[in-house]
Write a protein that binds this ligand. Structure first.
Ligand code: GLA
Length: 391
């Protein structure tokens, strides 16, 4: 974790807490955003993903409040604040961040935990609307903060991730899979996390020291994401039904092709993306272990093509950015769109020694839709949720 960046964020959230509640917070929790190296839209098909946590995060400060109410303050949103009784049923709010806080509290209540009042302040530096999972980092940090504050019994990291996903699915209203929350909870410093989204088993795969993870924002904010995302989920379920399998994870490429008859062309392409992407994700894990950058480069390029042509979740600006990055990298690094799609970021795996040259190549050859240069973030593969300050 970049020490200075965290120190600034920690100072900001602590100061806001003190200003608002008149005392120091009892507990500070940090949870990171993530970037997915490969394995897109495979998580809700029980498949494989390979994200790593990044050194951009959300910090939640929490301490005792009055008996009945949870008070929450969003430092990054003009100190917007919220108060609610955690015993009362969840009530949806117009401001989305409030639904995350209330949703985590409600999800813990659903699990049978009894929350009482507390004071909370939240600050984060994960770029929003970029596909870097600022929401998952918020959810996981909040779940851990409530766990520590109310001594719920030390929830395991996978449990924290499941609670955060439950909150997204049932209260925030996003039908996401488990990748983002598990990465934010369980990631390991210096490694990508291979996740089997059926068993929830996670395997850290070291990222060799000489490689850098670069995240480049296309300048296109992700729009209309929910409806398109949900549509893809439904298409995948329909395809799984057609093949008579529990999830697309259970299909081989041969089975996919042999059983194609009777399936509409679009659903077939959606399924083909998922089945081939699962295979690529496992192969990419192997390539990373062997340090085989050429293989990784090919797999990431194929992943992008499959997202563009079969799953249809890229946009022209993203395709152009990937093409420009690939011209520079050749077989010496990989680049593809990352995250849910329809804008946001691309991820590149590049030799550290070439990262600065990649950045200037992109700024010379790519312009965001509003004619700016693309924000470029070099990310350290970071650890999952942590307690920065314990009671
Ligand atoms: C979003 C979702 C994840 C995953 C990705 C696509 O980030 O939150 O669960 O489905 O899209 O890979």
């Amino acid at each position: 974790m970049t020490v200075e960046r965290r120190a600034l964020l920690r100072a900001k959230v602590t100061q806001a807490y003190v200003d608002s509640y008149g005392m120091e917070p009892a507990i500070l929790i940090a949870a990171p955003g993530r970037v997915n190296l490969i394995g897109e839209h495979t998580d809700y098909n029980d498949g494989f993903v390979l994200p790593c946590a990044i050194d951009y995060e959300t910090i939640v400060a929490i301490g005792p409040g009055n008996e009945a109410e949870v008070h929450a303050l969003a430092c990054d949103l003009d100190s917007d604040h919220d108060s609610f009784d955690p015993i009362q049923p969840f009530a949806k709010q117009p401001a989305e961040w409030k639904n995350h806080v209330r949703g985590i509290a409600a999800s813990l209540t659903d699990k049978g935990f009894a929350l009482t009042g507390s004071n909370i302040a939240i600050a984060g530096n994960v770029p929003q609307g970029a596909g870097l999972s600022s929401s998952a980092s918020l959810g996981v940090a909040l779940a851990k903060a409530f766990d520590e504050m109310h001594q719920l019994g030390g929830l395991g990291k996978t449990e924290l991730a499941l609670i955060a996903q439950h909150s997204e699915n049932h209260y925030v209203g996003c039908a996401c899979g488990i990748m983002d929350q598990l990465a934010s909870a369980r990631a390991v410093t210096g490694a990508a996390l291979q996740i089997d989204c059926r068993s929830l088993e996670t395997t850290p795969i070291s990222i060799p020291d000489h490689l850098a993870i670069a995240v480049i924002h296309s300048g296109v904010q992700r729009g209309l994401v929910d409806s398109a995302y949900n549509e893809r989920r439904v298409q995948c379920e329909q395809a799984a039904n057609h093949y008579g399998v529990a999830a697309l994870r259970d299909l081989t490429i041969e089975q996919l092709e042999d059983g194609q008859s009777g399936l509409d062309e679009v659903s077939f392409r959606r399924a083909r993306h998922v089945v081939t992407e699962n295979a690529r994700t496992l192969a990419a894990g192997e390539a990373l272990i062997k340090g085989d950058l050429t293989a990784l480069s090919t797999l990431m390029a194929q992943s992008h093509t499959s997202m563009r042509d079969d799953f249809e979740i890229t946009v022209p600006a993203i395709d152009q950015l990937v093409e420009i990055g690939a011209q520079f990298l050749g077989a010496t690094g990989g680049i593809r769109m990352t995250g849910g799609g329809f804008g946001g970021c691309v991820v590149a795996v590049v030799e550290k020694s070439k990262a600065a040259a990649l950045e200037s190549w992109v700024s010379q050859h790519y312009q965001t839709p509003d004619h700016g240069s693309a924000p470029f973030f070099l990310c350290e593969p970071s650890s999952g949720v942590s307690v920065l300050q314990a009671r």
